[in-house]
Design a protein around this ligand. Sequence first.
Ligand SMILES: [Zn+2]
Length: 180
Amino acid sequence: MSQQPHPSPSALTAFAMGDRSDKGVVREHLATGCGTCLLAVKRFQEIAALEEQAKPRMDWVRPGRLPVSTFGRRDDSRLDLHYVTRIADLELDVLIRRRPHVGTLLVAGQLTIRRLAYEPAADVVVMLVDGNQEPVAGGRTDEFGEFEFEARIRSDYGLRITRGDTHHYVLVWQTDPVSV
Ligand SMILES: [Zn+2]
């Protein structure tokens, strides 16, 4: 067998990320059956995939939680969280209710327009997104500026609110030992 030097770590990383500007050098080297470099490429790809999963595309808006009042609740669902936060020219008021008996999360909210004395913001596109900011459900606010989603309980949920060309991502639900 001919002695073939290993490609540099940076060449292996670039190859693992899909860069083919090395004109086949890494591919030919891997074709010789070099287990060391094959393993290195696989590791880089696994790390890249994990980082891609973990990294939101946009920064989350993380609104502060308000104290939750349970007064007057008649059904067996639990009012877990209440947020009020500013999104561009709007104010977002969100209630999160957990319905453990059916395994769902109710996300209900209202958007109002701050400069118009908190008049309802009707017809605003609101999406429920998962922890990777991928849309799960969506709709538009009604004449009262209200929206509501019900979805299976999972680790993270956010709301995507679009104003002009900008998406605002608001993190509204994270499963953690404190909130459960
Ligand atoms: Zn090698």
